[in-house]
Every structure is written in structure tokens, then in C-alpha cells.
Design a protein around this ligand. Structure first.
Ligand code: ARG
Length: 456
């Protein structure tokens, strides 16, 4: 069959150009959305009388059969027909004859591709939201088992104050909650239908956009046809949400990599999610975590790619916009795979509670608690800070912890210090006493777990 737009041309397209111009190698992924959109369009054409009802039915049945053929592996797409839209239209006319040529009445590939990709993005948002829920579930389940697993909290990667492993995990659950909310807001903003924008300036036919919008589950048709065919904000917002989501996963991966090192030994990854070395027989590497960290850069690249593509193109459709697909597919698929592997990794990792506890006892993580103790005895915080600093310095000289410093020694610094100091600087108590909203106290963390579970 000759090109669908061949009438005006005297020469065949050069083979190199045909290859360069075509998008079928990647946009064939959109076949189901293309058919869904065409069925809605044909239904509307039939119901408004733009084509005969019987013609619409014939088209719809043909499209359904094509979908089955594609899914049965019976269809081979051709670069000659450039993209999924023209490939399906050609297949339709081959299947049902002349009537197939009426499907494209009152439509352009420009509003067609804008529709297909938006449908893909919307489904992706729904799938990713489900995955994020599973991710929050995995984090909260592991957190609940570790409400009393004490570990050091860090700033500057220096031991800072004791927290619980649950508290650390729930920080990531809070991030995941925001990632989830970002996707919810995507639906609020972008569930708008471009179909009916035509090539750029609508159509002279009496189309019913409210009808197609309802059929396709949109909140309504877009209100400007130029914007309708050339808006790609929905891709940018989705890739931006993916970038932020990946950044969150990457930060946790960095911690997982550190924690599973022998220097920390806080956790052990399951064999099923680690790999060995081709040379060093003893090795067990956190490859999954490293790959997620690495793939984060790739998703940022996807976002940069679409932002840069869009920055200089005039209204309305320009072929640059064919470059909108691979980055979107890649960003969505990468985020989705990374979430799945993170869920599995978190569900199977072993927590080395004793190592965490031991680490939290070193590095004077309870120094703030000693200062707080002095404040409760009536000393101003700034003075308490200074006294505690001096005590820590002496302990470092003696190579002992605050718990090993004798009461006699404490009294040299302040007569107000009594035997009860040892209870206040016990790391378990340090965590328990941090009972402010959002703090590491087990009850507070349980509260945040319940809060996240409300979404699930
Ligand atoms: N393959 C094109 C794309 O992916 C479809 C739209 C083509 N429209 C056009 N006027 N050439 O963007």
C-alpha cells in the first residue's frame, strides 16, 4: 500500500529518511491505547451522524480484531507506515475495506498521538500508585518489627543521636507518601482529553468531545486545540515525579550499601538480591541497591530530555515531539522496576540488631541526653552543652563511654549530677524519651505507621 499521505508526492521517501522518520520501533507499545482511542472516536462519529452507524460498527469490530491479531503475534508493523497510528489505519483498511478510510474523519495524528500517550501516562500513574502503596506497606511492615531496634542516627555521617531502625525506615515511608500524593495530583491536573483538537485548529465537523471524553474516562476535553496537540506537561510532571521518587530510593540504597558493608554490618541482604564476584570468592555485593542508585541518573536524564525537547518549539505540533516517547517509557519502566526490586529487597533483608545497638552505644550518641539532664536540673542549655563537651573530651582521653564515667567524676563537673544520670543516658531510654511528635519513641513511630496505613 502506498503512503497514507502520498497524494501530494511525486517521489518515494528515501529509505534512510523512512528509517529516520519512523517511530514504530518504540511507539508500537501504544497499540492498545491507539485502538481504545479510535474506538471512542468511531463511536462518536457514528452517534453524531458524521459517518453511518453501521460504518462505525464495522470500524469498531475491525479494530477489535486487529487488537486480537496483534496480541496473537500475527501482525508485523512496517516502518513504511511510520508509526503505530498509520500502521493500524492501514491494517484496518486491509481488513474491512473502504470503510476503514473513514476512521480518520475529523481527526489528525496530532491529536491522536497526544491522546494515546496521555492514556499510556494515565495508566502508568495508576500502576505506579499501586506499586508505591506496596512499597509503603513493605516499609511499614519492617518498621513495625523494629520499633525497639536501636541504631545510631547520623548527621554528616557522624554518629549523632540514638534512634530506632523503624524511625529510619519510616522516614522513607513519608517520602513515598509524598511520591504517591504527587501522582494523585497528576490525575487532578492532567486527566484532560486532547482528542478533537484536530491537527491544531479543531474541525469543521460537528464532533461531540464531551462524549469521547466520557468514553475515555477523562474529566473533560481540553479547552484550546493548539495547547491540546502540543501540551507535554503531563510527561514532564510524570518524569519529574519519577525523578523525585528515584532520588528517594537512591538515598535509601546509599544507606543499604553502607549498612551492608562490613564496617557497619547493620543488615544482611538476602542472597536472592545480591551477587558475587567473578574473582573474589568471599564477595557478596549489594548490586540491586547500586543499580537503583545508578538508574536514578538515567531517569533524571529522561526528564532533562523532554524538558530540553520542549523548550524551543513554537505552537503547535512539531516533529521534535516524536522524541517524547522513549524518555517517558524509559522513566516509567525504570521507576517501576526499581520499586519492585526495592520491595523485594526490604521484605527479605536481615536486621543485625545487636550490631546496631552496639554502634549506637559508641560515638557519644547520648551526649545530648546528658546536656538535657543538666538542663532539667536547672542549668541553662548553653552551659549544659559546654559542661557535656568537656566531659566527652575527658571520656575520649580515657577511652570510655559516658556510661562508664564514674559518678565521682561527674560530680567534678556538676554537683547536680546524681545516680539517675545513668538511666537518662542509656540509649534505650534516649530513644524512649524522645517522645515529641515525629520523634523516635516507639509510640510516635507507631503513630506514623498507622498514618501511612490509612492510605493503604
Ligand atoms: N509519529 C508521530 C509522533 O510520534 C505522530 C504524529 C505525527 N504528526 C505529524 N504531523 N507528522 O509524534
Amino acid at each position: 500500500m502506498e503512503k497514507l499521505w502520498g497524494g501530494r508526492f511525486q517521489k518515494d521517501t528515501d529509505k534512510l529518511m523512512e528509517d529516520f522518520n519512523s517511530s514504530i520501533s518504540f511507539d508500537s507499545k501504544l497499540y492498545a491505547y491507539d485502538i481504545q482511542g479510535s474506538i471512542a472516536h468511531a463511536t462518536m462519529l457514528g452517534s453524531t451522524g458524521i459517518i453511518e452507524k453501521s460504518e462505525a460498527e464495522k470500524i469498531i469490530n475491525g479494530l477489535k480484531e486487529i487488537k486480537e491479531d496483534i496480541e496473537a503475534g500475527k501482525v508485523e508493523f512496517s516502518k513504511k507506515h511510520e508509526d503505530i497510528h498509520m500502521n493500524i489505519e492501514v491494517l484496518l483498511t486491509e481488513k474491512i475495506g473502504e470503510t476503514g478510510k473513514k476512521l480518520h474523519t475529523a481527526r489528525s495524528r496530532n491529536d491522536q498521538v497526544a491522546l494515546d500517550l496521555r492514556l499510556y501516562a494515565r495508566d502508568s500513574v495508576i500502576d505506579l500508585s499501586e506499586l508505591l502503596k506496596k512499597w509503603m506497606e513493605a516499609l511499614t511492615n519492617l518498621a513495625e518489627k523494629n520499633l525497639n531496634t536501636i541504631m545510631p542516627g547520623y548527621t554528616h555521617l557522624q554518629r549523632a543521636q540514638p534512634i530506632s531502625f523503624a524511625h529510619n525506615l519510616m522516614a522513607y515511608a513519608e517520602m513515598a507518601k509524598r511520591d504517591y500524593q504527587r501522582l494523585e495530583s497528576w490525575i487532578d491536573i492532567h486527566n484532560v482529553m486532547p482528542l478533537g483538537s484536530g491537527a491544531l485548529a479543531g474541525t469543521t465537523f460537528p464532533i461531540d468531545r464531551e462524549m469521547t471524553s466520557k468514553l475515555l474516562g477523562f474529566d473533560g476535553p481540553c479547552m484550546n486545540s493548539l495547547d491540546g496537540v502540543s501540551d507535554r506537561d503531563y510527561i514532564i510532571d510524570l518524569l519529574s515525579a519519577a525523578s523525585t521518587g528515584m532520588m528517594h530510593l537512591s538515598r535509601l540504597c546509599e544507606e543499604i550499601i553502607l549498612w551492608s558493608s562490613q564496617e557497619f554490618s547493620f543488615i544482611e541482604l538476602d542472597d536472592a538480591y545480591s551477587t558475587g564476584s567473578s574473582m573474589m570468592p568471599q564477595k557478596k555485593n549489594p548490586d540491586a541497591a547500586e543499580l537503583v542508585r545508578g538508574k536514578t541518573g538515567r531517569v533524571y536524564g529522561d526528564l532533562m530530555s523532554i524538558l530540553t525537547t520542549m523548550k524551543g518549539i513554537p505552537l503547535a505540533y512539531n516533529k521534535d515531539m516524536q522524541e517524547d516517547k522513549e524518555c517517558l517509557f524509559d522513566g516509567v519502566e525504570t521507576w517501576s522496576k526499581c520499586l519492585s526490586i526495592m520491595i523485594a529487597m526490604i521484605e527479605t533483608l536481615k536486621v543485625c540488631k545487636e550490631k546496631m545497638l552496639a554502634a549506637s552505644k559508641g560515638g557519644f550518641t547520648n551526649a545530648t541526653d546528658l546536656a538535657d539532664y543538666l538542663v532539667k536540673k536547672g542549668i541553662a542549655f548553653r552551659d549544659a552543652h559546654k559542661i557535656t563537651g568537656e566531659i566527652v573530651f575527658e571520656c575520649i582521653q580515657k577511652n570510655i563511654s559516658l556510661g562508664e564515667f564514674t559518678l565521682e567524676n561527674y560530680k567534678n563537673y556538676s554537683q547536680l549530677i546524681e545516680e539517675d544520670i545513668y538511666e537518662d543516658i542509656d540509649v534505650r531510654h534516649c530513644v524512649e524519651y524522645r517522645n515529641s511528635i515525629g520523634g523516635p519513641n516507639a509510640g510516635q513511630v507507631q503513630r506514623s505507621i498507622e498514618n501511612i496505613r490509612k492510605i493503604l
